[in-house]
Design a binder for this molecule. Sequence first.
Ligand code: FCB
Length: 441
Amino acid sequence: MPTAAFHFPRGFLWGTATAAHQVEGSNTNNNWWKWEQEGHTANKSNLADDWWGGRWKEDFDRAVEGGQNAHRLSVEWSRIQPAPDRWDEDALERYRAMLRGLRERNMTAMVTLHHFTDPLWLAELDGWESPEAATHFEKFVRKTVEVLKEYVNLWCTINEPNVYALEGWVDRKFPPGKSDLKLAMKVEANLLRGHAAAYHAIHELQPEARVGFAHHHRPMVPRYPWFPLDVLERNIHFSAISTVFPSALASGVMRTPIGNARIPEARGTQDFLGLNYYSQDTVAFDLRQPGELFGRRYYPKDSDLAEGGMNANIPEGLFTSLRWAVKTFPNLPILITENGIEDARDTLRPRYMAGHIHQVWRAVNFTWPVKGYFWWSLVDNFEWERGWTQRFGLWELDVETQARRKRPSADLYAAICKENGLTSDMVQKYCPEIFAGMFPG
Ligand code: FCB
């Protein structure tokens, strides 16, 4: 049978994404370490993937040998600025070495400046509840960008501000573990101020830089499209979760279900949209959910669920997210900054990967400006409140011995990166169960 192929444009970025606290280990000076010691997480991060001990080198080798030409990592604020009036030049030097390591491997670096963790000193000053947080963040960003800009052109200011605010101030899964929607919205507004300040500061220091943020986007569909209350609930949840932050970047006004805030300096502060997509929710009106504004989010019964059920394999949802992105920000380049699935046994991951990359190809074929794709993640890493119970890596990690073992998906991803495309042979080899659907006839 002849091979069919979905090819991507030349120069497309193929990489994986990581975050400092999840891979470095021994990040003792931030609010997550404290949260772990207080017993709020399934396990503790401890050494994580031991990148701080130098294992980034072997993992970058794995990435480049796997055909990846880019990597998204984050820097840890509490290491670079251990106290408000102190910079740790050694920590900065280590990040320079890591970024040099990417350059030596011909890999494009994307650096995230805030990925969920805050220095303890900032948390003690009320963290992002305080309007001062944006000013502190800007100071940290200026120092970091000045030192690292030699190696970095792509900056991601803040990772998933919506998840950070909702998990920390509504769902109580992240520190500080509060439940107060009003405060959550205040935090999100302050994150917007922080993002805007960082955007302007980076451009001042490095005019050619491309700056954006990573948006956790959840497309949502109503349980019954003909039932107005389901549609209403879908719209409430969709706007509260998926559009508050990005639409403020489009308009300069942050609109939330409980009030609006004018943040004019945030308008237009994006050179690309970073899109994190994992799954799509169905939303139903439900009188038993007053705390959720009478809406229930769930996956339909016959869903292709990952172990534990946190995510379902719904590739079309990525296409829907990309359609939303091009409508909301016409002509703005898009980078898929995260996409992946928890699957220790690697039985679902290959079809999830092929299915989602196929949807990205469809978008590119419509000439939507998708410029790159970062898989979450390279090696299993510390998954926040879920600790080590969820495994997202192309490579499996033995937390005790630090040994890595390649999963079949790592070979599939390497084949895709090296081909700059997905072929029918790959699908046949790694996930034959979706072959007929993807290549009918
Ligand atoms: C995203 C986070 C990332 C990782 C994945 C699984 O929400 O940005 O750090 O935990 O989920």
